[in-house]
Design a protein around this ligand. Sequence first.
Ligand code: NAD
Length: 491
Amino acid sequence: MIGLGLMGSGIAELIARSGRRVAAIEINQDYLDQGMTRLRGSLDKAVSRGKLSEADRTDILDRIRPTTDIAAGAAEADLVVEAIPERMELKRALFEQLDAACRPDAILATNTSSLSITEIAGGTRYPERVAGLHFFNPAPVMKLVEVISTVLTSPEVAQTLALLARDLRKTPVKVDDRAGFVVNALLVPYLNHAIRLLETAQATREDIDKAMTVGLGLPMGPLTLLDLIGLDTDLAVLETLQDAFGGTRYRPAPLLRKLNDARLFGRKTGRGFYDYQRQSVPADGDQAPVPAEVAVIPDPEGRMDELVSQITAAGISVVWQPSDQTGLVIVAADPKHRVLDAALAAGHPADVVGIAFVAAGNGKPGLAEIVLPDVTAADTAAKAAALAARIGLNAIICRDRPGFITEALAYVQFNDAVRMVQDGYASAADIDTAMMLGCGYPRGPLEMLDEAGAANVASVLEAMHAATGDPAFTPVPMLAEYATAGSKFRG
Ligand code: NAD
């Protein structure tokens, strides 16, 4: 194991836990000590939680040989895994060194997240033995390993690495060398999209995060996740994707660059999208009073029925025709259409909000997206928020743009996932596995797409494209075809 940083110490631990011997190699004694301290800390935690016995900890540590001598450490290895910093010149220099130091039949694997493995392999004498073995952070916990082959990698090498991953109780997904592999190619542009929604004031950072945790069931909202990954790391991966694929989807959001310029990298520097040093003070409880009467515009599809019964149960009277006395007018919001048109039809546009319900699935309460056309009066928004709080809706507030927040972020990512299938890069099943195990998705993007319906997803994307002109929102041909045929990606 070369490099005992964040990733390397975890990978060394994992491999030693499986009963294999590991040479743990660092650039100097200080970093070696730091890496071993991190590794021991992780084992100590497992012991104190009763997940590892004292005897096993001793055995695991006995199998690890810390050293700063690369040549001696790697000479006998069957497999070398590299997790040194993400810089091509460092990786190339290291692989040249390994080329000379290792047995010719040793496998050389890189844990790179975004560099070209083909380029790393290109400088070696036996490129057929070079492959990617991409673990996720924290390596001992996360179940996914992407096994990446270049055009030069021998199939036996990829097969051996996949078998090793299984033996480490991980699930391997085998793919070719392409920027971002599966997970980062889907995750990172989605995160960038979330930053764009924030910087164009579509919703607050908290509401954008809530849209994805409550609305889609993700373990963490995109802006919280960005702070965890590190905005510098995220920008580097995005730039790699931009170089590889071009187009608007991978163009870093100006706000991402600005935060990087300000060195606000997220948790590791104490501040990114959120401030981790200062407790944020909740806005003063100057809440608008709950209106005594609301008008609900009848919806032929019955999408307002449940809401109406909740409003009446809270003792608020509901009328079906707004008048000048009505405090608040609610229309059913559909992510394919603007709420504005319904607001104009209702005759009192300044008093209108749209509400879209996003079912959470899993028996959990869903999300209500309260959608505000730009012509809505400021106090109307406050009244809607007060009403939502009174009847206990799990709500967010967003502007009236097609897709709103949850669908906008999710469906464009689903479209990216379909493009991957369309390109023959990865199967629908592998993509779903990768996102569930690599990002904690409750269900994979293609399974969720099937559930939402290809035709529905394609229409929302078309509406987003029509409203913004952004070509990244156009449904890819395969999605359009599945929409027409009513087909499913996960049979
Ligand atoms: P890190 O900075 O925490 O660790 C890198 C370590 O490598 C440092 O301890 C450094 O001293 C050591 N090092 C540098 N040059 C060396 C050399 N020539 N020989 C031996 N050791 C050397 O970085 P990290 O976050 O662990 O990332 C390492 C690799 O893993 C990168 O390629 C990164 O893209 C990839 N990766 C990171 C994550 C993540 O979430 N951090 C996830 C997956 C993959």
